[in-house]
Design a protein around this ligand. Structure first.
Ligand SMILES: Nc1ncnc2c1ncn2[C@@H]1O[C@H](COP(=O)(O)OP(=O)(O)OP(=O)(O)O)[C@@H](O)[C@H]1O
Length: 242
């Protein structure tokens, strides 16, 4: 079953077309990599799906329900959660409080003890349950990233958008991060991953969609894409660690 459908979506910033008539679909349960050189439009597309930006053309649907034209909170209610390239946590609040907020405003709108239980479960899934009452500002970088992921999970998404969530991790943390994303996928969440770390893309994604200058240049099996001359040409000079 198709969960996410991107249909001829366009976004312009003045004279720059950051996303240009882009179309692809994600099936329920898939983990797909969204690749492309710097500035190719990947984060813009994530912002269009999450409702953080409004599209200039085209349509985005989740299980047939139109997302385009909706505010980010409405998109979250429909079942889409995301992480940000620069983590967005609330440093003065405890981990539990940080995660309770999306539990209230996410897909199912939990309150009180129920929101606290959803928060506990999300912290458990990312390995932070033991530090639930710590203040978020005291966390290391990797733990801040874990917390941000817990915030996304507490919204109980059907579709999770990860924008370079693995960036900046050391090799041990990277292996843990990959295992964590795999466990989320095994629990049934559909995941779109913007990622420059090819080791992670190979480990997690059977399929990738590749953007260049706002356009889709490949939508194919990961190993095929990474050997595709169009994809290699797009990345030339970009210094990926493939
Ligand atoms: N709010 C904005 N206003 C104007 N231009 C923007 C805005 N956001 C992005 N752009 C431009 O749109 C293009 C696509 O940017 P985007 O951040 O989506 O690329 P990206 O593929 O995510 O890059 P990276 O891999 O470096 O994160 C770039 O040229 C960028 O400068």
């Amino acid at each position: 079953m198709t969960l996410l459908a991107i249909d001829h979506v366009t976004k312009r910033f003045g004279g720059l077309t950051a996303v240009n008539e882009l179309s692809f679909t994600l099936a329920q349960g898939e983990v797909v990599g969204l690749l492309g050189p710097n500035g190719s439009g990947k984060t813009t597309l994530v912002n269009l799906i999450s409702g953080d930006l409004a599209a200039d053309g085209g349509r985005i649907t989740l299980a047939g329900e139109t997302l385009t034209g909706r505010r980010p909170d409405q998109v979250a209610r429909a079942g889409v959660a995301r992480t940000f390239q620069l983590v967005r946590i609330l440093p003065s609040l405890s981990l539990t409080e940080n995660v309770m907020i999306p539990a209230v405003f996410g897909a199912k709108s939990h309150w009180g003890a129920e929101a606290r239980a959803v928060a506990r479960d999300a912290l458990e899934r990312v390995g932070l349950a033991g530090r639930a009452e710590t203040s978020a500002g005291a966390l290391t970088y990797i733990d801040q990233k874990r917390l941000e992921l817990a915030r996304a999970l507490a919204a109980e998404p059907r579709l999770l958008l990860l924008d370079e969530w693995l960036a900046g991790l050391n090799p041990t943390e990277l292996a843990e991060g990959i295992a964590l994303i795999r466990s989320l996928s095994e629990s049934g969440i559909t995941i779109l991953i913007v990622e420059h770390i090819m080791e992670a893309v190979r480990a997690l994604c059977s399929r990738v969609v590749v953007m260049n200058s706002g356009r889709l240049i490949a939508d194919e099996a990961t190993e095929t894409a990474l050997r595709d001359p169009h994809v290699i040409a797009a990345y030339l000079g970009e210094g990926t660690d493939a």
